[in-house]
Design a binder for this molecule. Sequence first.
Ligand SMILES: *Cc1c(COP(=O)(O)O)cnc(C)c1O
Length: 367
Amino acid sequence: MHATAGQSLDFARIPHPSPVPAAERNTLIAAPGFGTVFTDHMVMIEYDADRGWHSATLGPRGPLSLDPACAVLHYAQEIFEGMKAYKLADGTMALFRPEQNARRFNDSADRLAMPNLPEKVFVEAVRRLVLADKDWFPMVEGGSIYLRPFMFASEAFLGVRPAKQYKFLVIASPSGNYFKSGAPAVSIWVSENYTRAAPGGTGAAKCGGNYAASLVPHANAVARGFDQVCFLDAAEHKWIEELGGMNLFFAFEDGTLLTPQLTGTILPGITRDSIIKLAREEGLTVKEGRYSFDQWRADAESGHLLETFACGTAAVVTPVGRVAGAAGEFTIGGGGPGQLTERIREKLVGIQRGTIKDRHGWVHRID
Ligand SMILES: *Cc1c(COP(=O)(O)O)cnc(C)c1O
């Protein structure tokens, strides 16, 4: 199942018969929001068990035609990634740690019994799409092109076994700030009756099924007046895991930072990993460990806990202000963005945008 680390593919370029006219495109990218505007092109690569990966194209974005027995529609064999193309201060387009997305994609593929895509091909597919659609870059504060590589089982077959045919695609969506900068902190409802991931399950894989399972608890949180749902562990319903699509960090008065450890039920965020490295570089003690909901409340109430923030590619770093569960509600710090949260956000965004020196080789220039 593990393909060929160095394999490369030729991408056929299919000309676009009718790209969106410049005036219309400029209107669309003036206020892109998140996930609703799409660029002109997409990448598609086909896989079948006999030929491996083949027929790579960069062509017009458009609907797919699928057999109604297409395996993904029945058994949810689907994985994805989320990453962004940034424009550096000098105008160059860049990706942030794209090889990490490529690697995680293959980890997800392994868990879902899907074929690996060579990391080089993954990064090259993303790079080509960004360059083809770079006129879609939104010139708004915090603007980026959000990229969505994904793979699904395309074989028409209703038996239960790993499919023999797959499609890998990349689509792109110009986006503004997920949450406006300076926006008030998000509020969180801690779900005590729904879980996101169980030991031995698919929690560490970025698969669509995890999101499907999180929609009801998320909707319940929103119905109660909260922005996001926070999940506890499935075994004891006690330990903080993560939000539906973001990892969590806790900052204490003694200068330590804590994030739940990766036990197989938490998605290993690339933002999470970058923050751990940046915080350690600043001299902070970062612990990966267990943190219970009860302790979270006690520490917030005693003042031992100063800040909590959520992190992920889409929203970068987002302060958490208000937390509630069945037993009542508490506030973190002053209820707004804390100093450490702001500092870490500025550092990460600065590296991504090329205004702060990249000492880790994280910024991957693509043109
Ligand atoms: C994608 C994702 C994250 C954040 O990962 P990043 O690599 O930082 O974007 C966190 N939790 C879940 C469940 C995710 O799917």
